[in-house]
Design a protein around this ligand. Structure first.
Ligand code: FFO
Ligand code: GTP
Ligand code: MG
Length: 465
């Protein structure tokens, strides 16, 4: 079913609905001849005779009926996106015209493309490897600069060429070792053990680097989670609303207003941040509130950055000491997690009081969620926590969980090979692990794939891609 078969497929490449222009794309052996048979070019030339990568103005007909005046782009196999003959029809963007054109080609023997089928064909014709094809879907889905950068980098080859290269070298050793096994009676060594060890070392280093990048890649793709926690009534929900510029969470002067975590995303300087407003932390007999508080702890656990808010207008001497202890407890509980101490309700504070609090709680940031004062500085501090440098340098970042899985398995197999060699395990056993590593590396680039896997990946694409 997933073979690059002889069908000519068709789909709307632009979003459904009306627009200035819509693009209908055909791919397959008959694409050019089918369009040619119902297109009359203004130049008088036939599409059949024109070279690839050319555009033609003309009229499109269904039988004798004029459908639209269109621009037709012709790509000839193998120089096209899919590697097949491709024709793109740019028509006027009315849903009616789009449907009429689609219908007329279906009647002529085209078939509607399945989701991702154009890109699947590009993969099957060797126009791109599997990780590049997956990046096409990520690119379309990316909504901020950071995830766009990652997808674009992966689509242009990313880490897959490096993986392919190391895999090829590993195949070389695998075949040398297989040769040794063929001569098992004699004591011969075709594979240079020292060079092999170096290669394994190199592969393990690359895999580890890629695996480590996933934590960041995943977070960037989904938005960096930032939990806003603190006691009831300090102004957490007011802050969420202020950041989102929308009345997302209920605000009231009743302590315990927020019962369940509420989250939403905004983009700051190209990076998606997911802010999570939580139920205020306190001892409570209320069952529902205590479930909410339980959830607060879960969200604090999952967050990349913790914002801990206090109500600065309510901090007397005792409160100040309590806030200091709380912040220390948090640092002990979440070691390594950036924690930002926020003093809210600055608008209610006298400058001298602010100074006293600032001295007692080092690094605390004063804001007023109500007036918006200090929010700019808050966003700057949050951005500072996330190494923006990571987007500037060109180190590849893995954001695809299928790749993460395969990389992890491949590294495990490489480690087993390394151990096996160190312990002088019989060569035939070591070669099983080498093959495992080859398998998992090949899964990433698609050098090894099954119809099931491909079906799974491409069915998540949109139709027309
Ligand atoms: N109109 C249109 N815009 C589009 C696409 C498309 O298919 N059609 N793309 C689709 O996603 C992207 C561009 N990707 C493309 C990639 C390769 C080729 C292509 O014709 N490749 C040939 C020739 C290369 C060359 O001239 O050197 C080839 O690879 O052999 C076309 C589009 C984004 N914009
Ligand atoms: N003056 C002043 N009042 C504020 C400020 N921020 C919040 N408030 C008020 O403080 C009260 C509590 O605000 P919320 O945002 O509901 O507090 P919360 O931390 O979400 O409370 P819980 O959901 O109960 O945990 C409301 O009456 C807000 O209007 C501020 O910066 N200045
Ligand atoms: Mg609240």
């Amino acid at each position: 079913m997933l073979k690059a078969d002889q069908d000519t497929i068709i789909a709307l490449a632009t979003p459904a609905g009306s627009g200035a222009i819509a693009v209908i794309r055909l791919s397959g052996p008959q694409a050019i001849s089918l369009v040619s048979s119902c297109f009359r070019a203004a130049s008088g030339r036939s599409l059949e005779d024109c070279p690839g990568h050319t555009i033609h103005l003309g009229n499109l007909y269904e039988g004798k009926r004029l459908l639209d005046e269109v621009l037709v782009s012709v790509f000839r196999a193998p120089r096209s996106y899919t590697g097949e003959n491709v024709v793109e029809i740019s028509c006027h963007g009315s849903p009616y015209i789009q449907q009429e054109i689609l219908q007329s080609f279906l009647a002529l023997g085209c078939r509607m493309a399945r989701p991702g089928e154009f890109t699947l064909r590009a993969f099957l014709h060797g126009k791109m490897d599997l990780s590049q094809a997956e990046a096409v879907a990520d690119l379309i889905a990316s909504e901020n600069e950071a995830s766009h950068q990652i997808a674009l980098q992966q689509m242009r080859g990313g880490y897959s060429s490096e993986i392919r290269d190391l895999r090829d070298q590993l195949i070389h050793f695998a075949s040398m070792i297989a040769l040794e096994l063929d001569f098992s009676g004699e004591d011969v060594e075709f594979a240079d053990r020292e060079a092999f060890r170096e290669l394994l070392e190199k592969i393990a280093r690359l895999l580890k680097k890629l695996i480590d990048s996933f934590a960041m890649g995943n977070v960037i793709k989904k938005g960096i989670p930032i939990a806003i926690a603190g006691q009831p009534n300090v102004g957490k929900s007011t802050l969420l609303n202020a950041l989102l510029q929308e009345e997302r969470a209920i605000v009231s002067d009743i302590a315990g207003t927020t019962r369940d975590a509420i989250e939403d995303e905004i983009t700051l300087q190209g990076i998606g941040f997911r802010f999570i407003d939580t139920a205020g932390l306190r001892e409570t007999a209320d069952t529902i509130e205590s479930i909410g508080i339980q959830r607060t702890y879960e969200k604090m656990e999952q967050a990349r950055v913790l914002v801990y808010m206090v109500d600065s207008s309510a901090l007397d001497g005792q409160g100040l000491e309590k806030a200091r202890l709380e912040s220390e407890a948090l640092r002990a509980q979440y070691p390594g997690k950036p924690i930002l101490l926020l003093a809210n309700k600055k608008d209610l504070l006298s400058p001298t009081r602010q100074e006293e609090i600032g001295q007692a709680l080092e690094g605390i940031l004063f804001i007023s969620a109500k007036t918006g004062e200090g929010l700019e500085e808050l966003q700057q501090r949050l951005l500072g926590f996330i190494q923006t440098g990571l987007l500037r340098n060109n180190d590849p970042i893995v954001s695809n969980s299928r790749h993460y899985e395969a990389l992890t398995r491949a590294l495990e197999a490489i480690h087993r090979v390394q151990e096996g060699m160190a312990e002088e395990v019989p060569t035939d056993l070591v070669s099983i692990d080498i093959n495992q590593a080859l398998f998992h590396l090949g899964e990433i680039t698609g050098q090894i794939s099954t119809d099931d896997l491909l079906g799974n990946i491409f069915s998540n694409f949109c139709i027309g891609k």
